[in-house]
Write a protein that binds this ligand. Sequence first.
Ligand code: CP
Length: 341
Amino acid sequence: MTLILDQEPSLLTFPMVLTSLGPPEPHRMAQQDTWTKKDLTGIEELSRSEIELLFRQADQFLPALAPGKGLDLMKGRTVVNLFLEPSTRTRTAFEISAKKLGAEVVSINTTASSLVKGETLRDTAENIRAMGVDAIVMRHSSAGSARYLGSVLDISVVNAGDGAHEHPTQALLDAFTLRQRFGKVEGLKVTILGDILFSRVARSNILCLSKLGAQVTLAGPATLVPAALKEAFPQVRIVHDLKEALKDCDAVMLLRIQHERQTTTHFPSLGEYTSQFGLNAERAAWLKPEAIVMHPGPINRGVEVESEVADGPRSVILEQVRNGVAVRMAVLHLCTGAISR
Ligand code: CP
């Protein structure tokens, strides 16, 4: 019996900013070796060459992840983590990344900021900038907030997640992990499974993987993976049958159900979601032997994934987390380096 609603929401309920995406940028013989952007606000703004340049920089930083290792490339610089939504992985990784590069780091959360007293985001950011800060890493509930801040400030702004819009460093560390595992991203088949409609991680990953030449399948219930997504991303395949979505992919990327962004009920209960789309050992056996399981975190064990899969041999979840430090080191180093002091 099918319990999950199969009615698709209209594009009016689709919270993402719709953009068309052309074919992947052709592979260039000449590598780009100069980074010119002071901000990283979305994958949408990046070219394939810029993503590959960032990966080469992250490769250089991997040895610095070892205990006791670090660099002084950002010595004398200050990074402010302005996190106005909860975070464990992203905020901690940015903090460790900045410290590994020798920078000073200050973290501000919602309750500790004057935003709760009615100060505008711009005023808060201008005040932070006036204290001699070199970069603001921001997580905010509003789509477009990081791009706005980057446009009004002359220091670096890095988007650590803006509403249901983008989470660019998550997509970069995911693609970096795929490249590390398979040697390349081009030609890989990647299934993104779950709450696509409300996911900034999905949006950034669709953009990033497509730019790098991977084939993306979006899978889940029709209420969370509507056919209307094809209008924004014509190159993706949309599949509502789990076995079909898993059987020939190189990687499956699981997503958490975003309760906090759902304004209407998209399935009767978490139990019904799990019964049809949760990844357990039996369903993971539909994957190719070499296929890997990814998850950006936080994981809801027993909902979108069972522990036997999350902790099993296919899982690269903790490799993703580790790579997130090297990738964020590259982002901070390149963006702040693009501003002449
Ligand atoms: N993946 C991710 O963004 O996790 P956090 O919410 O813990 O930062």
